[in-house]
Write a protein that binds this ligand. Structure first.
Ligand SMILES: *[C@@H]1O[C@H](CO)[C@@H](O)[C@H](O)[C@H]1NC(C)=O
Ligand SMILES: *[C@@H]1O[C@H](CO)[C@@H](O)[C@H](O)[C@H]1NC(C)=O
Ligand SMILES: *[C@@H]1O[C@H](CO)[C@@H](O)[C@H](O)[C@H]1NC(C)=O
Ligand SMILES: *[C@@H]1O[C@H](CO)[C@@H](O)[C@H](O)[C@H]1NC(C)=O
Ligand SMILES: *[C@@H]1O[C@H](CO)[C@@H](O)[C@H](O)[C@H]1NC(C)=O
Ligand SMILES: *[C@@H]1O[C@H](CO)[C@@H](O)[C@H](O)[C@H]1NC(C)=O
Ligand SMILES: *[C@@H]1O[C@H](CO)[C@@H](O)[C@H](O)[C@H]1NC(C)=O
Length: 529
């Protein structure tokens, strides 16, 4: 069916009160949520947005959603649910910075269509959770105390949401997210599969630069190795790198990394001591400096770096991660050539655009909030420090890598897709690879071979995707991008890992085309068991 004919057909459906179904959506039931137009952009895929209450919660606790209909009927069987992390960051970040139907035009709040929108690969649901995040609302005082409540709130909210959009109940559900969503998603999935009164088909989980492993493994243990591998980009002098090398030896990190470099691994990797108190409690150095800015001593010399790593009474012992962050922040504040250090993407400099103020500018507008059926939400901020502080200060959830992810993959046959951007220093890829090698699923630990197969801009799973040939390239630049490897990957026993080259914490920001292929070829593609 050609597009004008399709639109005509669609309009006819609208005009006829007796016919309410289009691809399964009961449009009467959800008409109040239909997004009829959005300021600043003339064409948008069909979508519904608004807030729905968390069942059983106090009045005022409502989760904001924005659901897009699949633009391609061939992919209509998928429901992708996207989560940003934080905790306390809005999923509109992912929507507007490279995975959704529009993005900002440079450093302005003018909107442009994103040709790599995942809405071409399924129905896509964006959610601002926990309550109080983004355009969601919360009662006062802030009611969410810990990750357990985040999990049960969202699971019961989703059930209520699916009652409104019942045609989605039978879809293949793909939970995707980044950063702290590495905790949200596995916990939410395990809550949903527990509940047999709500049979859902959770097909996959994708965790990008996610915090799903042991806190120390994902930070301190691999920090020294990471900054050495990226020392040119980070511009760290050898005399400083050698202090980190000394710490990696003294703290036993080299031993852990050596064990993880053996394929297949010989047993669980024991992290000596309790670096930065991460084993005991996630006491991650807070990026907004709200929790423990007082720990920062601004080290610049090797001696100061050594003191910060070994003798900080505040970071805890063997604090390579916190020290590296403090060192880089201090150095860039004083540098004319390497200013504006960005832990989320170490390739950034002062000319890089920050999308968060743009999001705040756009989604705070009264006309935008009204269009999204979230009127009078007041000033929107992409991340909420109250929620971040509350949840990070709470009891740390058990790392999903220990039991939750293995159980979901092994017992529930849910595919797990892990991915990293090489330029992310917050959750660096070496720490993710280490944590993956320490995980046991379907009867074995880790991968049996290093994840070093190549994948490409238009083919994210070359050895398994038979019918996903690279699209014919129309320009020389496109042809070159197609041939250049986008990164390295592997897949074993229902778990895949992709390392994206030249990408930061949010891989799709630098690599929207590659991530589009990834979602198509890895996430929503039918997998072999
Ligand atoms: C963060 O969330 C809390 C709890 O809902 C709310 O009181 C506060 O206004 C929010 N802060 C921002 C900056 O949005
Ligand atoms: C299962 O879901 C139903 C519907 O949301 C809910 O009432 C019930 O409490 C849930 N049970 C569990 C164990 O989560
Ligand atoms: C490996 O997993 C075990 C639990 O199975 C945990 O005790 C240990 O700290 C983990 N090591 C790393 C490096 O993640
Ligand atoms: C760190 O403190 C220990 C004692 O707790 C001391 O022996 C050591 O010399 C100190 N190291 C540095 C670099 O200050
Ligand atoms: C930054 O540079 C100034 C001038 O060279 C110096 O006085 C100051 O100590 C430096 N600050 C840091 C944190 O290195
Ligand atoms: C983007 O615009 C803001 C506000 O006008 C400005 O402060 C910022 O420096 C700009 N960023 C870049 C990279 O030009
Ligand atoms: C597991 O899921 C895959 C698709 O992801 C499917 O091909 C396979 O048949 C499933 N196996 C079982 C035992 O359900």
């Amino acid at each position: 069916m050609n597009i004008p004919a399709f639109l005509y057909f669609f309009n006819l459906l609208w005009a006829s009160p007796s016919v309410v179904l289009s691809r399964g959506v009961n449009r009467h039931n959800v008409a109040q949520f239909k997004v009829n137009s959005l300021p600043g952009i003339s064409s948008l895929p069909t979508s519904w947005a608004g807030r729905l209450p968390v069942p059983g919660a106090k009045k005022g606790n409502e989760i904001f959603f924005w659901l897009f209909e699949s633009e391609k009927p061939a992919y209509d069987d998928n429901l992708i649910i996207w989560f940003n992390g934080g905790p306390g960051c809005s999923s509109l970040i992912g929507l507007a910075t490279g995975n959704g139907p529009f993005s900002f035009d440079g450093n302005s709040t003018n909107l442009v269509r994103n040709p790599h929108s995942w809405t071409q690969l399924g129905n896509v649901l964006y959610v601002d959770q926990p309550v109080g995040t983004g355009l969601s609302t919360a009662s006062d005082p802030y009611p969410v105390r810990d990750n357990g409540q985040v999990t049960t709130d969202f699971a019961s909210w989703l059930v209520g949401f699916l009652d409104r959009f019942p045609h989605l109940k039978s879809k293949q559900i793909h939970l995707m997210g980044e950063s702290y969503a590495g905790i949200y998603i596995p916990y939410i999935a395990s809550q949903l599969v527990k509940n047999s009164s709500v049979p859902l088909n959770i097909a996959s989980m994708s965790l990008g630069d996610g915090s799903w492993g042991n806190g120390a493994a994902m930070s301190s243990v691999a920090t020294g190795r990471y900054i050495r591998s990226k020392s040119a980009l980070l511009d760290i002098p050898e005399e400083i790198l050698s202090v980190f090398a000394e710490a990696d030896e003294t703290c036993g990190f080299n031993g852990v990394l050596a064990e993880s470099a053996v394929y297949p691994p010989k047993g669980k990797f024991v992290i000596p001591g309790n670096p930065e108190f991460f084993n005991l409690k996630r006491r991650r150095r807070d990026l907004t400096n709200a929790l423990n800015a007082a720990c920062d001593i601004g080290p610049t010399t090797p001696e100061e770096v050594r003191t910060s790593i070994f003798n900080s009474t505040c970071y805890g012992p063997c604090a390579t991660f916190s020290t590296a962050m403090d060192y880089m922040t201090t150095k860039s504040a004083n540098s004319s050539t390497h200013g504006c250090y960005d832990v989320y993407d170490i390739s950034h400099d002062c000319s890089s655009i920050s999308a968060l103020p743009l999001l705040a500018g756009y989604f705070s507008r009264a006309d935008v909030q009204a269009a999204l059926h979230a009127p009078n939400s007041g000033p929107y901020s992409a991340c909420n420090s109250t929620i971040l502080g509350t949840l990070l200060a709470a009891e740390s959830p058990v790392p999903p890598a220990y039991f939750i992810l293995p159980n979901l993959v092994t017992e529930h046959n849910i595919s797990l897709h892990l991915f990293s951007g090489e330029w992310d220093m917050l959750i660096n890829h070496l720490g993710s690879e280490l944590s993956l090698q320490n995980m046991t699923w379907r009867g074995a630990q880790g991968f049996s071979k290093p994840p070093n197969q190549l994948f490409y801009a238009d083919n994210a799973a070359p050895s398994v995707t038979k019918n996903s040939q690279p699209a014919p390239a129309t320009t020389l630049a496109a042809a070159t991008a197609t041939l250049k490897a986008a990164g390295t990957w592997a897949e074993e026993r229902g778990v895949s890992y992709h390392l994206f080259r030249e990408a930061g914490h949010s891989t799709f920001v630098n690599k929207p085309r590659e991530m589009f292929s990834y979602v198509r070829d890895v996430v929503v593609a039918p997998r072999a068991g």
